[in-house]
Unconditional design. Structure first.
Lengths: 211, 307
């Protein structure tokens, strides 16, 4: 019976928390695979990022089903689902970036590639910070340090984005589509950090939602 | 026989309305299914009515009533409760029952004003007590939850929600149902155990057949209240009614709940309290027993003249 299942001290809630951990680990893994793919120009690894996005979709669906099946109080449910959606959005954005790269079908100039790799490295660090923030939410440790770190890294990426565009505007492109896809690739790559920051904000909102 | 039927109708009506007092928030939140809430209602209402007899004794001793007078008291009460439900007015079953008992008692000269005075005093003190208790509970909880991880807070609030719901269900049997059955038992029309079992069954039927609709309304209506405030108000109401039940005083859970909500509202600033709603509730708190009193008094006089 549902009542007794609930009184077994939140088994469904524990399952949801485990799914979130898996979801966040998938994001970290996707960021890492993306970084290696970019560093080595390995097309197969970019395809692996797309596969990880599918895993993310499955996890988001499972979280949604458990949440709306009655896990957690409604005061938290909406924000938890929004967090699952936002985490999934990170994976969607990584997939879009990977597809852009595959579509580009050209070699990036070394200095631009180097800055893109730096952005991807920061994304990996931010995905790790996000996992730490979620763990702090569970353990009751201070969230402040983690979220400040995430915000600082996001600003770092904004600076890099401006530098990349400074280089890009001086670059010639062969067609409208090459320019568009290149611009989309850079925008998507830097936008990953914005979504990670949004997810960190939601973790902070969750932390105060029942107080 | 007719009096027993009318008492059962009142118990049925309490069941349809008080299910929401006990588990409206839990079912509305999706924490409990309606079926689980019904099982808890059935178990704890019966337990409350079987283990507590003081309220029944107090209400039964307000006035000496014979079979015809019991019928008048119960019909007046039932009509008032049903009308209040139809008009969606916040009328407690206690006020209707006690107002009409006093009306019949005054008309026949058997009313005991000392007991009535202590009941009226408990009607004033119980919402005030719930108000103060809600302030204490909310302040204490606020300190506790600030130290805990959010997922532990969620678990704590979940358990409190179930606990306060169970408490309100127990009080419904021990206090509200006891008051409804008191006229029938005090007139010797049914033995206490039999009355309790019939009353609990009628109340359960009311909860099962009509409770779901009310629970849905309350559950949706209360979602704007943050969990900590809602639980503090409900727990304070449950504890207050339980204390008054031990003292043998018939008090309303709804009014204590209002007291609790006002208490939490005051902590958050007077603007958080909906003054117009409170005025409406307080006016019904005065008008309802007077209406029941008048109707019962006039019917008893008419019966006396006729016979």
């Amino acid at each position: 019976m549902r009542l007794f299942r609930r009184l077994s001290f939140g088994r469904t809630e524990k399952e949801v928390i485990e799914l979130f951990r898996e979801h966040l680990n998938t994001v970290k893994m996707a960021c890492e695979v993306f970084l290696i793919a970019l560093e080595t120009d390995d097309k197969g690894l970019f395809n692996q990022v797309c596969e990880l996005e599918k895993t993310g979709d499955r996890l988001r669906r499972e979280i949604a089903l458990k949440l709306y099946g009655g896990a957690f109080l409604p005061a938290m449910r909406g924000t938890l689902y929004k967090l699952a959606e936002t985490v999934d959005e990170i994976l969607d954005m990584l997939e879009d970036t990977a597809i852009d790269y595959l579509r580009l079908n050209l070699h990036l100039e070394e200095d631009i590639r180097e800055m893109c790799v730096r952005v991807a490295k920061i994304n990996v660090k931010m995905s790790n910070d996000l996992i730490e923030a979620f763990n702090a939410l569970r353990s009751g440790d201070s969230l402040e340090n983690r979220t400040v770190k995430i915000r600082a890294r996001e600003r770092e990426i904004d600076v890099l984005r401006n530098r990349i565009y400074e280089k890009l505007v001086r670059r010639n492109v062969d067609s409208y589509w090459e320019g568009k896809i290149l611009s989309d690739f850079i925008d998507h790559l830097v936008y990953v950090s914005d979504i990670i920051e949004d997810a960190a904000d939601l973790i902070q909102i969750l932390n105060v939602s029942l107080r | 026989m007719l009096s027993e039927v009318v008492a059962s109708i009142i118990a049925f009506s309490i069941g349809s309305n008080n299910t929401s007092n006990a588990f409206g928030v839990s079912v509305g939140c999706g924490v409990l299914s309606f079926r689980s809430a019904l099982i808890l209602i059935g178990v704890f209402v019966t337990l409350g009515s079987l283990t507590q007899r003081k309220v029944m004794e107090t209400v039964g001793s307000i006035a000496h009533l014979n079979g015809e007078l019991v019928l008048i008291v119960l019909v007046v009460s039932a009509v008032m409760i049903v009308l209040a439900n139809v008009k969606k007015l916040p009328v407690s079953s206690h006020q209707a029952i006690i107002g009409s008992i006093v009306g019949a008692g005054v008309a026949t000269g058997s009313a005991r004003f000392g007991i009535l005075a202590s009941i009226v005093l408990s009607w004033v003190l119980s919402p005030a007590g719930a108000l103060l208790l809600a302030i204490l509970i909310y302040s204490a909880l606020e300190k506790v939850v600030s130290e805990l991880p959010v997922f532990s807070v969620e678990r704590l609030l979940y358990l409190m929600l179930i606990l306060s719901g169970v408490l309100v269900a127990y009080n419904t049997g021990a206090n509200e149902l006891a008051a409804a059955l008191a006229p029938v038992v005090s007139a010797g029309m049914l033995p206490p155990l039999e009355a309790t079992l019939i009353g609990s069954a009628s109340l359960f039927a009311g909860a099962a057949l009509l409770g779901g609709r009310v629970v849905e309304t309350v559950g949706k209506g209360i979602t704007n209240l943050d969990p900590l405030s809602g639980f503090s108000a409900q727990l304070s109401a449950g504890i207050t009614v339980l204390l008054f039940t031990f003292l043998g005083m018939p008090v309303s859970t709804t009014y204590c709940l209002v007291g609790g909500i006002v208490g939490v509202g005051l902590l958050k600033g007077v603007r958080a309290v909906r003054v117009n709603l409170i005025k409406r509730i307080v006016s019904m708190w005065v008008v309802a027993p007077l209406l029941a009193f008048s109707a019962s008094y006039l019917l008893t006089i008419a019966l006396t003249v006729w016979t």
